[in-house]
Design a protein around this ligand. Structure first.
Ligand code: CMC
Length: 393
């Protein structure tokens, strides 16, 4: 054990070199393949950012067209998968449904199990994932509502298609609000990758054993689900609602978060890497007002969130620990204004993070990353004879 360096939670352990995402937590910088997150959010589309992350460069017009039409060709999922939905209770959390069904895709596309298949075959799995995950996500919501699942409409763009499958009904025309499309597209960009975070690291760990890309992405979805990671966006709204129902007493919750004997944490606050500000949260906060305004939505929890942020940013506890709002703090308010139920918030994060996971998996496979297998220091009993209690008498 003398040779083992302990780093519980991998706070200071580098697990790989990577040329996908650059992050400087002290300065609040986030860049994908050299482009700043601010530029990408303002000037690119989510599908372009997906291409950039996965293939390493921004697509030309022809490359983007080809990429989009390939994705469109694969938006349908096997009809038998539709039947599987009937086995889930309506109350099933869509993250669990999504991760199960992403693993299930490997049963319908078993060629993905071959770790030595050629690049073209790997690419087909990548396209299938990008194409089918929005369909599975929307269908899990429809299942929870007891509503019929809508087939993808391949005349539509990536985000529009997802919104239609989510909110459309076979009985009426669904009019897509361009403000909604723009807002979701931007939010997905802001979630697209974040270097070696818990879920991306999971994807690489699972992939390192040569498990399939579907299994690796499913692992990522499960890691994202937790409240300390992507699940925080659902927890933020639940917290804001709790504060609202409790008469909006902000200080009470600030004090609860500071109390070492109380497990309550300010959800959407703090980050392992950002110790100054989260550049994504800055963009989302600004965007929150704009979107709510455009959609004509008034939400009291936005006021509570702003007051909570102000109170925390002026409190010694949060200042000393360098705790700032993260990407999840304001995103849920926008999702809700768009009509998404809280259970879908983390699914939206997963749809956004998918290109990042794929890029991380692809990079780790191309660099032939060794199997991930950390060490430990054993603290259990020393060797003891197997004598049962009654025998010992
Ligand atoms: N509220 C109150 N105290 C906090 C919070 C918080 N949100 N976050 C950290 N602290 C305290 C923590 O108790 C500790 O205090 P002390 O040194 O006195 O023991 C100190 O700050 C350092 O925290 P840590 O837990 O050691 O830091 P970490 O890097 O292991 O955890 C974190 C990072 C994001 C898990 C944590 O800040 C947290 O639980 N935040 C709330 C959940 C959340 O918003 N998660 C979303 C993260 S960003 C997007 C994503 O990954 O999905």
């Amino acid at each position: 054990s003398g040779l083992i360096t302990m780093d519980v939670g991998f706070k200071n352990t580098g697990s790989t070199t990577s040329n996908i995402t650059f992050l400087d937590g002290e300065k609040g910088i986030l860049r994908h393949r050299g482009y700043s997150i601010e530029d990408l959010a303002e000037k690119a589309s989510f599908v372009e950012v997906a291409y950039l992350l996965i293939y390493g460069h921004l697509p030309s017009t022809e490359e983007l067209d080809a990429f989009q039409s390939e994705i469109r060709r694969h938006t349908l999922v096997h009809e038998n998968i539709k039947d599987i939905f009937q086995g889930f209770p309506a109350s099933a959390h869509p993250m669990g449904v999504l991760s199960s069904l992403v693993t299930t895709l490997s049963a319908f596309h078993p060629e993905s199990l071959d770790p030595h298949r050629d690049a073209e075959a790997v690419n087909l799995t990548i396209i299938r994932l990008l194409a089918k995950i929005p369909t599975l996500a929307a269908w899990s919501y429809k299942n929870s509502q007891g509503h019929p699942q809508l087939y993808p409409d391949n005349k539509l763009g990536y985000v529009e298609n997802f919104l239609k499958m989510m909110f459309g009904l076979p009985t009426e025309e669904y009019n897509i609000d361009p403000a909604l499309v723009e807002a979701l597209d931007k939010l997905l960009i802001l979630h697209a990758d974040h270097e070696q975070n818990c879920s991306a690291a999971t994807v690489r760990v699972v992939g390192s054993s040569e498990a399939s890309l579907y299994a690796s992405i499913s692992g990522g979805i499960n890691a994202l689900w937790g409240g300390l990671h992507g699940g925080a966006n659902q927890k933020v709204i639940e917290m804001l609602e709790m504060i609202k129902a409790d008469g909006g007493d902000i200080q009470k919750y600030i004090d609860k978060a500071k109390d070492p004997n109380d497990p309550f944490r300010l959800m959407g606050f703090g980050h392992r890497v950002y110790k100054n500000f989260d550049p994504r949260a800055k963009i989302i906060k600004k965007y929150c007002d704009v979107v709510l305004d455009k959609l004509g939505v008034q939400d009291q929890t936005l006021d509570i969130a702003k007051k909570l942020e102000e109170a925390a940013l002026n409190d010694e506890y949060f200042i000393n620990r360098k705790l700032f709002p993260n990407v999840d703090f304001y995103s849920g308010i926008i999702y809700r204004a768009m009509g998404f139920p809280v259970e879908m918030f983390t699914v939206l994060f997963a749809i956004g993070r998918l290109p990042g996971w794929i890029a991380q998996w692809k990079e780790s496979r191309e660099m032939k990353q060794a199997i991930s297998r950390p060490r430990q220091i054993y603290t259990g009993p020393a060797l003891r004879p197997l004598v049962r209690e009654e025998e010992a008498v």
